[in-house]
Design a binder for this molecule. Structure first.
Ligand code: PGA
Length: 251
């Protein structure tokens, strides 16, 4: 049985005080015996304090991005070892906002994944088709390419530190959720693509999260699907009550 995972991507929201506030509320609301793995991804400036606050709590902290280089003249960027030096060992890579607004290509993302693997970090690898790909019935092709170009240089053993997050771009922050049937269809397809390349064990052990307008009222149905192992949550993760309700839906 794969463990369910619910991850909150806080994007460029919440200053230091608001982050602390949200974390304190989550500590109150999320049961300490929850069997679901919980991850939160505050912005860079609030990572260290989040790690401190959550040290003895069953909530892990992830970064939202990192640079592929070990270090050097990359003004404004953050490296893997900088994250690890403050106790952050998980990173979200390939988010559609990074791909679209910050021009991250599959090959840049593949390099970032390699750097994370080299540092034995865990990666939440995001991918998903745009609306036009879905309308053109080309969505499976697009997703297969994103997986191949972003991940297929890895060894099977690396997948112990990979979490996939299928996030159709048309469902992110739009209030339009993919239907549970659409999500299950894609997750089964994704698992099959992984199985063909890496074999049954890797595919069966891999967590595949869904992201895109997950809310307390649709989470249970989405997470109930066979190949859906939890969610990557944006907007609804910014409110402690709704995030806790989504965690509770991931039984
Ligand atoms: P959303 O964002 O839940 O606000 O749609 C999901 C994401 O960007 O990971």
């Amino acid at each position: 049985m794969r463990t369910k995972i619910v991850a909150g991507n806080w994007k460029m929201h919440k200053n230091a005080e608001e982050t602390e506030d949200l974390i304190n509320q989550l500590i109150e609301l999320v049961p300490s015996e929850s069997t679901t793995r919980i991850i939160v991804a505050p912005t860079f400036t609030n990572l260290a304090s989040a790690v401190d606050h959550l040290e003895f709590i069953n909530i892990d902290v992830a970064a939202q991005n990192m640079h592929q280089a070990e270090g050097g003249a990359y003004t404004g960027e953050i490296s893997a070892s900088m994250l690890q030096s403050i106790g952050v060992n998980t990173v979200i890579l390939g988010h559609s906002e990074r791909r679209a607004m910050f021009h991250e290509t599959d090959s840049i993302i593949a390099d970032k994944v390699s750097t994370a693997m080299k540092h034995e970090m865990e990666v939440i690898f995001c991918f998903g088709e745009e609306l036009k790909d879905r309308q053109d019935h080309n969505y499976k092709n697009i997703v297969e390419h994103q997986l191949r170009d972003g991940l297929f240089h890895l060894e099977a053993s690396d997948f112990a530190r990979i979490i996939l997050a299928y996030e159709p771009v048309w469902a992110i922050g739009t209030g339009e959720t993919a239907s549970p049937e659409q999500v299950q269809e894609m997750h089964a397809f994704i698992r099959e693509v992984i199985r063909q390349k890496y074999g049954r064990d890797v595919a069966e052990n891999l967590a595949i999260l869904y992201g895109g307008s997950v809310k307390p009222d649709n989470a249970e149905e989405l997470f109930g699907k066979e190949d859906v192992d939890g969610g990557l949550i944006g907007g609804a993760a910014l409110d402690a009550k709704s995030f806790a309700a989504i965690v509770a839906a991931a039984k």
